[in-house]
Write a protein that binds this ligand. Structure first.
Ligand code: ATP
Length: 350
């Protein structure tokens, strides 16, 4: 890590009186003004987090600040470094350099405390198909050493929370993909963690099941005081988050609420299909001074006022226009603005 940072464990809740003391006081980051505004304490903090594997620098100096109760998303294409980042925060991978603190404990010097205070839903399903839903949770409760009566109550509570109480005694191999994910979430919450990490929680689920799972996650968030930290490469999933950090090539390229990030684009998204895209690309450049990007939905460009631009485009392009769509900017436009390619393109170039 460049520069010496004074690193002390974060308080697990607001410190008495002042609310929260920054563990990075020496790094020029003070949380005092935030505490003064009554913001919740920081629950995930990373500075200069880096992970190098032989021949690959998977994560290249990531800084993150996530507050208690937030739903925070790390959005990026395949291979961007999302899983590696979450693995370091969950103590499953040791940072090459940099520091991180989760729920008040340092991931490198106090990994046991981090593990007790977090829940984790892995990218690949890990529930046991040959056990019932309740047996899966009881097994996990034993691993965490929960007293028997507490475990019984928590198992019932968590199954109800994710809408699986009626199926508590069914073998998990009879569950749909969405039900298995919900059971994983219940398991991740069983020991009342402060932070629930979810690595690509809806990967491989159909859009309807994804939407249902998000209803459950929103419900979980309102019922339990838990911070949700997830990774995703689905743009619509990132829209569910209070804040996102966009990661590409192991670096955070931008960060903010989905609404703020889209508003910062300050332009409408115009997707135009033409009879000759090559000629249209040069006409857009030469006649309109605009750079367009070839995407599956046509040539993509951004202009301040799409509605008034379209008639001028059709009249002046000099190439037959087959269709044109004007929409508000999406998170894909944010990704395009920051990286020069759409997340769809980026997913294709592993
Ligand atoms: N154990 C490892 N050994 C070597 N390289 C690795 C290892 N784990 C990850 N990488 C590499 O690090 C880079 C980032 O991988 P990572 O899995 O963190 O990305 P990701 O954003 O989570 O992508 P995906 O969504 O596909 O899992 C990739 O180039 C990957 O091949």
């Amino acid at each position: 890590m460049s520069g010496e940072v004074r690193f002390t464990a974060l308080p697990v809740g607001p410190a008495p009186g002042s609310g929260f003391a920054s563990p990075y006081a020496g790094a020029g980051e003070s949380d005092a003004p935030a505490a003064g505004r009554g913001l919740p304490p920081v629950t995930v903090l990373a500075r200069g987090l880096r992970k190098a594997y032989p021949g690959v620098e998977a994560v290249r100096g990531v800084d993150l600040t996530v507050r208690a109760g937030e739903t925070f998303g790390l959005l990026g294409p395949n291979g961007a470094g999302k899983s590696t980042t979450i693995a370091m925060l969950c103590t499953l991978a040791r940072p090459t350099t940099g520091r991180a603190s989760v729920a008040g404990a340092d991931v490198t010097t106090d990994p046991g405390a981090v593990r007790r205070r977090i829940g984790l839903v892995f990218q690949d399903l890990t529930v046991d198909g040959d056990l019932t839903a309740a047996e899966n949770l009881r097994f996990h409760a034993d691993l965490y050493g929960l007293p028997r009566r507490t475990a019984r109550r928590r198992v019932a509570d968590m199954l109800a929370l994710v809408g699986l109480h009626d199926r508590r005694d069914s073998l998990v191999r009879t569950f749909s993909g969405g039900m298995k994910r919900r059971l994983e979430i219940a398991r991740g919450l069983l020991h009342a963690p402060q932070v629930l990490f979810l690595d690509e929680p809806t990967l491989g689920l159909d859009p309807q099941t994804r939407a249902q799972l998000w209803e459950h996650l929103h419900y979980v968030r309102t019922q339990r005081s838990v911070t949700l930290f997830l990774t995703t490469h689905y743009l619509e999933e990132a829209e569910h988050c209070d804040r996102i950090a966009v990661i590409d090539g192991g670096r955070i390229v931008t960060e903010g609420s989905p609404a703020d990030l889209k508003a910062a684009i300050g332009a409408d998204r115009v997707a135009v299909r033409t009879a000759d895209d090559t000629a249209a690309l040069s006409a857009l450049r030469e006649r309109f001074g605009l750079r367009a990007h070839a995407a599956p939905e046509g040539l993509l460009l951004h202009v301040p006022d799409g509605a008034s631009f379209v008639p001028r485009l059709c009249a002046g392009l000099g190439v037959p226009v087959l269709s044109v769509a004007v929409t508000r900017p999406s998170l894909d436009d944010v990704f395009l603005r920051c990286t020069g390619r759409t997340i769809h393109d980026a997913d294709g170039v592993r």
